[in-house]
Design a protein around this ligand. Structure first.
Ligand code: HEM
Length: 414
C-alpha cells in the first residue's frame, strides 16, 4: 500500500505492532529505497542501501546533526556512539584499550569461565514446578552481572542503575508525533546521576586499581591516552547500558524463537557445533536493535531521492536483515545459514564494540538452557513486549519448563 507509506514509522513504532513488525518492514522495502515520512523523517529498509549509508562519511551519527535543537535542548557530552570521526575514533580507541585487541586481547575471552559459572547459578535457581520468567530470572541478570564485573560496578547497586538505564533507553527511543520533552528531561537527569555514580566509583579506584575497566581508565599512566573526567563518565555509561540492554533481548529472543520451533531445539542439541551460527541467525532473524538514526551532513542523493541535510534518517537494520535481495528465504529461521552477513551489530565505523562479548554470553546462555527447552512450553505467545521500538524484545517471557502452552495466539514464521 504505497499511499500509506508515509505513516510507516508511526505504524512501526505503534506498540500494537511490537510483537510482529516484519510485515511492515516488507511494506517498507516494497515502498522504495528511501521512504519519506509524515513527520519529516525518512526510512531506509533495503539491506544494500542501509549497508552503504552506514559506511558513508556524509551520514552523521551525531544527534546535533540530526535535529534542529534549541540551545537549551542540545544534548550535552554525547558518547562515541553518537559522534562522528575523528572524535568518535579517538574515544572508541581509548575505550577499547582495556577491553579488546590490540592492547587487551584476552580480556573478553578470560570472562568465559565466569560467564559459564553465572549461567549455571542462574539455571540452578530456576524453579521446575512453576513458570519462570526468562527475562527477569535469566536473560537480564546474566549480562548485568557480567558488565558489572567488567566495569567494576557493585552488583548490589542494581536497583539504582536499572532505573537509570530504563529512563535513558526510553529517552533514546523513537516516537514520532509524541511529546518527548519530558522523557528527554528525565533522560538528562538519569544520565547525569549515572555519570556521577560511575565517576565516583572510578575515583575510588584511583591509585588502588582492581582488575576492571574503570580502574584501567582512571589509572592510565599516559596522559595522552587518558579519558577526561567528562569523557570517562559518558563512556562508562554507554558501555554499561550498551553492554546489557541488547544482550538481554538477544537471549530472550533466542529462547522465544527456539520454543516456537521445537525441531530446532532438537537439532541444536544433536549438533551443538551449530550454536555459534544459530546465534548469528538470531542476530539476523530477531535482532535486539531494530533501527538506528543518522542525518546527512550535506544534501545528497540516495537511489534517485535527494535527502536534505539534517533530515532524520532511520536505517531499519531489522528490515535489511529480512531483505530477499540479500538473504535467501529471509523469513525462515535457519541456524545453519551460510554467509550470514546480518546487520545485527550494525556496520561501518560504529560496528558494535561489544560483539565478541555478546556472542559468548548468548552462546553460553542458550547452550546451557537447551537441555531444559525440550520439555519447555511458552505460557503466553506472543509475550508482552518492552515499549521500545528501537531496542525490541519481550519485557517478560513466561515459560513452563515442562508442561503445555496456556495461551497461544499462533505466531509462526511470517
Ligand atoms: C546482542 C548484543 C548486542 C547487540 C545486538 C548490539 C548491537 C549494536 C549495534 C547495532 C551497534 C551500532 C549502533 C550504530 O550504528 O548506531 C552497536 C554499537 C555499540 N555497542 Fe553493541 N550490541 C550488543 C552488545 C554490546 C555489548 C555487550 C557492549 C559492551 C560491552 C556493546 C557496546 C557497544 C558500543 C560501545 C557501541 C558503539 C560503537 C561505536 O559507536 O563505535 N554492545 N551495538
Amino acid at each position: 500500500m504505497a499511499s500509506d507509506s508515509g505513516t510507516l514509522l508511526a505504524r512501526i513504532t505503534d506498540y500494537a505492532n511490537r510483537p510482529d513488525p516484519y510485515p511492515l518492514y516488507a511494506e517498507l522495502r516494497e515502498a522504495g529505497p528511501v521512504v519519506p515520512q509524515e513527520d519529516g523523517s525518512c526510512l531506509v529498509g533495503a539491506y544494500h542501501q542501509i549497508a552503504a549509508l552506514l559506511h558513508d562519511p556524509r551520514m552523521s551519527a551525531d544527534e546535533r546533526s540530526v535535529r534542529t535543537w534549541s540551545p537549551s535542548e542540545q544534548p550535552r557530552e554525547p558518547s562515541f556512539l553518537r559522534l562522528d570521526d575523528p572524535e568518535h575514533h579517538r574515544l572508541r580507541t581509548l575505550a577499547m584499550r582495556p577491553f579488546g585487541p590490540p592492547h587487551s586481547p584476552r580480556r573478553v575471552d578470560s570472562l568465559r569461565g565466569e560467564i559459564a559459572r553465572i549461567t549455571e547459578e542462574l539455571l540452578a535457581a530456576l524453579p521446575a514446578d512453576r513458570p519462570v520468567d526468562i527475562v527477569d530470572d535469566f536473560a537480564y541478570p546474566l549480562p548485568v552481572t557480567v558488565i558489572c564485573r567488567l566495569l567494576g560496578v557493585p552488583r548490589e547497586d542494581e536497583p539504582l542503575f536499572r532505573a537509570w538505564s530504563d529512563t535513558l533507553v526510553a529517552a533514546a527511543d523513537v516516537r514520532p508525533g509524541a511529546d518527548t520533552a519530558e522523557a528527554g528531561r528525565a533522560g538528562e537527569q538519569a544520565g547525569r546521576e549515572m555519570r556521577e555514580y560511575l565517576l565516583d566509583l572510578a575515583e575510588q579506584r584511583r591509585g588502588r586499581p582492581a582488575d576492571d575497566m574503570l580502574s584501567a581508565f582512571v589509572n592510565e599512566p599516559d596522559p595522552s591516552l587518558r579519558l577526561a573526567p567528562a569523557e570517562l563518565g559518558v563512556t562508562a555509561t554507554l558501555l554499561f547500558i550498551a553492554g546489557h540492554e541488547t544482550t538481554v533481548n538477544l537471549i530472550t529472543n533466542g529462547v522465544l524463537t527456539l520454543l516456537r520451533r521445537p525441531e530446532q531445539v532438537e537439532r541444536l542439541r544433536g549438533e551443538p557445533g551449530l550454536l555459534p551460527r544459530a546465534v548469528e541467525e538470531l542476530l539476523r532473524y530477531e535482532p535486539p536493535v531494530h533501527m538506528r538514526e543518522r542525518a546527512p551532513l550535506v544534501d545528497f542523493e540516495v537511489a534517485g531521492t535527494t535527502i536534505p541535510k539534517g533530515t532524520s534518517v532511520f536505517l531499519v537494520l531489522a528490515s535489511g536483515n529480512r531483505d530477499p535481495r540479500a538473504f535467501r528465504d529471509p523469513d525462515r529461521f535457519d541456524p545453519a545459514r551460510p554467509d550470514n552477513e546480518h546487520l545485527g551489530f550494525g556496520s561501518g565505523i560504529h560496528l558494535c564494540y561489544g560483539a565478541p562479548l555478546a556472542r559468548i554470553e548468548a552462546e553460553t546462555a542458550l547452550g546451557a538452557l537447551l537441555p531444559r527447552l525440550t520439555a519447555a512450553r511458552l505460557v503466553e505467545d506472543p509475550p508482552p513486549y518492552r515499549r521500545n521500538a528501537m531496542l525490541r524484545g519481550p519485557r517478560h517471557l513466561p515459560v513452563r519448563l515442562g508442561g503445555r502452552p496456556d495461551r497461544v495466539s499462533g505466531l509462526t514464521d511470517s
